[in-house]
Ligand binder design. Structure first.
Ligand SMILES: [Mn+2]
Length: 343
């Protein structure tokens, strides 16, 4: 229950930081997932109800994953792409579900947020007038829920639905990197959530490209002992990469999975681990090193390596290097022999 009073204290601090504020831009990470989208949607509700602040939700990248598109459509969540934002017009900015140093958002480096709320491990100190980072929370949406609860604000069905779906997906039904706070938040929003909409959001029609990527994933995946990896090559959107990493991890006997994809002159990486204390964020940092940026939690992490390779061989070399560093990060010889998952 100690966490509840922390939120109450933070709410008082938020009151001070937002005094006199009339409009605010809520930024989330690129290729936003349900947790980022729900966090922004719920935070907008808090800011409107408690401070009468008008908000806009900004994001970079694309929203191509069918589930995420369905979420935005079903819950009528209005979001603005960064290409349509003029930074000078937004004096107050909140950054949610990520941190300024992470490199996975489109906030220009000279634009400083006044609020940062997140649940990923802190790797670089976060400087902002208001910072609330709850490492160990399964979902950022849980943190925002606690603010709504502490402020005793009614949660309407669309917001409850968004939070419920976010917690569910981000923690794989409350089983992955989730703690009691996530469960408590889920139990409180679930009765108010629209179950028919959750079903529609969770099971949308999938585009043909999804099945093409799955084919590549299955035929190109390699394993060594309890490690699996696949390089998907060029992808239509980075969102598919984490889905493939999740899928490979489900293979019997696999404890670590790494999926990569080439997109926009960057190699995107998604790392997953079965063991709850695997420190996937640290392992991914070892793999990426100074080549790029990344972050994560206990069993999941993501990052990217900027790369200007213009021929396939250069990309292959980078992917090969990633394999070696993956093996080394987990204590194996860098030239261990990978085998095809499916011959
Ligand atoms: Mn999150």
């Amino acid at each position: 229950m100690g966490e509840k009073s922390i939120t109450a204290e933070k709410l008082t601090e938020l009151d001070r930081v937002l005094a006199g504020c009339r409009t605010l831009l809520i930024m989330i990470h690129d290729y936003p997932d349900p947790d980022a989208i729900a966090s922004a949607f719920a935070f907008a509700h808090l800011l409107h109800q408690r401070y009468n602040i008008r908000t806009r939700i900004g994001y970079g990248g694309l929203i191509t994953r069918a589930e995420n598109r369905a979420m935005v459509q079903q819950l009528k969540i209005t979001m603005t792409h960064t290409s349509k934002l003029r930074w000078k017009r937004h004096r107050s900015i909140a950054l949610l579900d990520t941190q300024p140093s992470f490199g996975n958002h489109s906030l220009p480096s000279d634009v400083k947020p006044i609020i940062v709320i997140d649940h990923h491990e802190v790797t670089d100190p976060v400087e902002a007038p208001f910072v609330d980072i709850r490492m160990g929370y399964g979902a950022c949406a849980t943190v925002i829920f606690e603010y709504l609860a502490a402020a005793e604000i009614d949660i309407p069905a669309p917001v409850a639905t968004a939070i419920a779906f976010a917690i569910r997906t981000e923690t794989q039904e409350l089983g992955r990197d989730a703690r009691d706070e996530d469960l408590q938040a889920y139990l409180q929003v679930y009765p108010k959530a629209n179950k028919r909409k959750i079903a529609k959001i969770a099971n949308p029609k999938l585009p043909h490209s999804y099945f093409l990527t799955l084919k590549t994933a299955l035929s190109e995946a390699r394993t060594f002992r309890h490690l699996a990896h696949v390089h998907l090559g060029r992808v239509e959107s980075p969102e598919i990469i984490s889905q493939v990493a999740d899928l490979l991890l489900r293979h019997f006997g696999i404890g670590w999975s790494l999926a990569t994809g080439r997109f926009n002159q960057q190699l995107y990486l998604s790392l997953r681990a079965s063991h709850p204390k695997a420190h996937a964020g640290n392992v991914l940092k070892k793999i990426i090193g100074h080549f790029g940026t990344g972050g994560g939690h206990g069993t999941m992490a993501g990052g990217r390596i900027p790369f200007n390779g213009d021929n396939p061989q250069q990309w292959h070399r980078l992917e090969h290097l990633v394999n070696q560093r993956y093996l080394r990060a987990l204590g194996y010889k860098k030239d261990s022999a990978w085998k095809r998952l499916i011959e």
